[in-house]
Design a protein around this ligand. Structure first.
Ligand SMILES: [Zn+2]
Length: 131
């Protein structure tokens, strides 16, 4: 049986794939999320020990959507790993954001960004780093 986080992400992705309106993809083709990103989410879920699904603030982004967000938001970068399905912005309702960040950083599986004002943690499967 798949972990809930995987099911949630797959459900979100599948739903996005079939509904352009909800993707914000503006007509670009979606690619499959990187499996190691799902593994990372699963690992975080296990460490946290919750049954609650992640809230996904932002997952895959098309180049056009990312360029648009880049103009709006200084936290969004041009070469974002969101563009290749290797990054996701998450929160876990009922779980401290700072604790979620600590769990992700301790896994040393990629990048971890902490955005307390926007109430999410960015995790990716790129180079190990944090900000
Ligand atoms: Zn992000």
């Amino acid at each position: 049986m798949k972990a809930r986080s995987e099911l949630f992400l797959f459900t979100t992705h599948t739903r996005a794939k079939h509904s352009r309106r909800s993707t914000g993809s503006q007509g670009d083709t979606l690619s499959c999320p990187c499996l190691s990103l799902l593994d990372l989410l699963h690992a975080i879920h296990l460490k946290v020990g919750t049954q609650e699904p992640f809230h996904i603030i932002s997952g895959y982004r098309s180049a056009r959507t990312n360029a648009f967000l880049c103009k709006q938001n200084r936290g969004v970068v041009n070469n974002s790993l969101h563009l290749c399905g290797k990054a996701v912005d998450i929160r876990l309702p009922g779980y401290e954001l700072s604790s979620l960040r600590r769990v992700a950083v301790n896994l040393r599986a990629g990048g971890v960004g902490y955005y307390p004002r926007s109430d999410f943690v960015h995790v990716d499967v790129g180079r190990v780093r944090n900000w």
